[in-house]
Design a protein around this ligand. Sequence first.
Ligand code: ZN
Length: 678
Amino acid sequence: MSYPSFQQKKLPYFNDIQPSQIEPQIQSLLTKNRQKLAEVLSQTGPYTWDNLMLPLEDMHDELNNKWAPLSHLHSVLETEELREVYNKVLPLLTQYNTELSQNEKLFQAISTLANSSEFAQLNAAQQKIIQNDIRDFKLAGIHLSADKKARLAMLQQKISQLATKFSENLLDATQAFTLQITDPNEVKNLPPQALELAIENAKRRGLEGYVLTLDYPSYSTALRFLDNRALRKQLYEAYTTRASELGPNAGQWDNTVVMEEILQIRHEMAQLVEFDNYADYSLATKMAKTAEEVLTFLNELVIKSKPIAEQEYQDIINFAKKLDGLDPIYAWDLPYYSEKLREQEFDFSPEALRPYFPIDTVLGGMFTLVNKLYGIHIQEQPNIEVWHKDVRFFAIYDEHNALRAGFYIDLYARPHKRDGAWMDECRSRRRMNGEIEYPVAFLTCNFMPPLGDQPALLTHDEVVTLFHEFGHCLHHMLTQIDYPTVGGINGVPWDAVEFPSQFMEYYCWEKESLDFIAAHYQTGAHLPDELYQKMIDAKHFQTGLQMLRQLEFALFDFRLHLEYNPEQIHPVATLLQTVREAVSVIPVPEFNRFANSFSHIFGGGYAAGYYSYKWAEVLSADAYAQFEENGIFDRVTGQAFLSNILEVGGSRDPMVSFVAFRGRKPTIDALLRHSGIN
Ligand code: ZN
């Protein structure tokens, strides 16, 4: 079979990127865009899609095409020079975007088009772009008086400084504490990797023995494996009082006032643009419509999972009593006894699965899966220019062998590459003078590289991660929307964007799909039934406790922004206490200052939006249930998912898309069943 190949000229030339050229290139592109915008807005005659919105889409896309490969290189192949340029260019882009969001003439022009007779003739994607723009102008305070606008801009500056301060305090507090241990007996049960790290940490500081830190991997491992209860308590206390008025560095990097100021500013910003509170402001761009809807959703999950969590907690108490005569048990004992209980119950190490997941088998299996579901074919194209020898490029073709999209895949950890796994956009689908520009994605992971002659072998967790990120990529790449701002993942509300990625994860747990995703790297044997069963059994260990923990975070975040009242003193501590009383089954020590390190909502973008994780899980579980009903590889159901969810991207309300696929609104039943909570 012959396939048309991707053209290099449509893709970045990574080897030609000169850091010294980046700033002038971006500067000149921004100047060009500003001139172009001024021309567009000075037109005489009525505004139309073609003379207003299309040039805007083009300007946006051209800037993205230039910036995407640079920003990507900054993440995966960082150099001093690149970092410096990146930090120089970023504020230029922020300023450009602020200018656009405050451009009254542009707002008037788009509003005129929205109210014109042409609007009704436009297709759904075009209408959605216009509606989104008008919404975002309003959220940015376009209609406010000059002094209120200035106030809003000042608050925006202030809040970004406070968020940075919050993160810096947390980082400094985390790094300030270390626990030195000199007796090897105290650390003898730490896993080998953690032990090595502790020795290295000590050496680096010129100390004897072992040093434990509050970095999460080090901390969480220590709490699970340190036999000495007093040491566990010491670590727990240091960790849960970080950046607060308590603990070993009490008051030194205290986030209490920072959090209160952030809340107060968010509240004022929301009220400036005429919302009652910040939770309502946050919902203006989300799939969930009302605060009531979010609270009802979270509370229903609490009711379902609490009895299970109570039982799981009781199991740990009983186990600790039986094993060590421990009674009562405290927060710093829970991870330790949970780990021991897990070992006893399942007799299973995730490492045992690694030989069954050689990278090429996993990739091949993943491509077979999407062929079964959507009829697409994936072919490697080795002649495309990449930024590192380990990077590979693949092209996607539809059933009739027509080109659909492309993606780069960069799988292994190496120096100067950011941690974690993620997808990013390289090119967006767009129609230019009648011709399609195909979407291209970056898929990035940090797996252990292959050693010697052995292929790279993944853990099951890593396979799940790969499928998850590939799910985001497919959303971006299979879009049939020709406008970048609502194509693929763009314009998809925050609480729905994880839906296609979480959906892919389900296939990593099915025996039927594991039969082509997994094969022993030496013998080619399938995953043995016994090992598969252990993996499935261990999946739901303490599922109720895990669910409740996420719900506690989500409810705390949401109610904190919903119920905020400037008159109240200590709003954070008071609400945290209220939520814990309602949700948690585990007593939390009085000194625990969890909120002071909750960077998702104070240092990141999750304010009044932490619930999004669970929200999207409802969609993905319920959509997957449709496949369970019709056959998990059913091509007709796959086609319906492709055309109703993946292809439409952000061009319509995700609820409309969900109902079009499922024939009804989502229910939480499938999520509960898949979480082992019924
Ligand atoms: Zn994701």
